[in-house]
Ligand binder design. Sequence first.
Ligand SMILES: NC(=O)c1ccc[n+]([C@@H]2O[C@H](COP(=O)([O-])OP(=O)(O)OC[C@H]3O[C@@H](n4cnc5c(N)ncnc54)[C@H](OP(=O)(O)O)[C@@H]3O)[C@@H](O)[C@H]2O)c1
Length: 162
Amino acid sequence: MLSLIVALDENGVIGNGNTMPWDIPEDLSLFKEITTGSIIIMGRKTFESIGRPLPNRINFVLTKDKNFFHKDVQVFNCPNNALNSAYSLQKNSNQKIFIIGGRTIYNYFLPFITEFHFSHIKGKYSGDIFFPKVNLSNFYIKDKKEFKEFTYVHYIKNTCNL
Ligand SMILES: NC(=O)c1ccc[n+]([C@@H]2O[C@H](COP(=O)([O-])OP(=O)(O)OC[C@H]3O[C@@H](n4cnc5c(N)ncnc54)[C@H](OP(=O)(O)O)[C@@H]3O)[C@@H](O)[C@H]2O)c1
């Protein structure tokens, strides 16, 4: 299983420059709850916008920069190598794998995603980075929860649709 987690507004905005367009602590808590204990894969820009490795998770960072180094993160220059390495780890540890952004990285892994965690942020924010269009016709809703500033929806790929 390969999971993707994202927060997006009503226009599909996910970022403004290299920052998040909103500050919603309840969504950050949910992100933490869902991803803790897992392998998280992110782009270099998202890593830099977070500013540090996220604790209690295995942090994979994708960059084309062969000299990129940061203590406590595993650096990959190729998305397939990151994914294969994550699957190898998963075999031994049973940890989940989350694609956590940003747009370039979501775009790359989208065809392989079997589980989505969406936080649909209520309202429209200023931003210049958008989530790619996703076809959810092969997915069903496993869970949905209403929060004050967003709606959380958990989709799972329907594997019995042959
Ligand atoms: N709302 C949300 O849930 C959410 C989540 C995450 C991020 N975001 C937002 O998304 C924005 C960042 O997205 P982004 O698309 O600009 O950047 P990004 O996807 O975070 O990172 C892009 C970087 O990843 C590396 N990369 C991309 N393709 C690669 C490949 N094939 N091989 C190796 N490395 C590769 C490159 O790093 P190098 O340039 O170092 O080579 C590239 O510049 C920010 O605004 C952030 O706040 C929002």
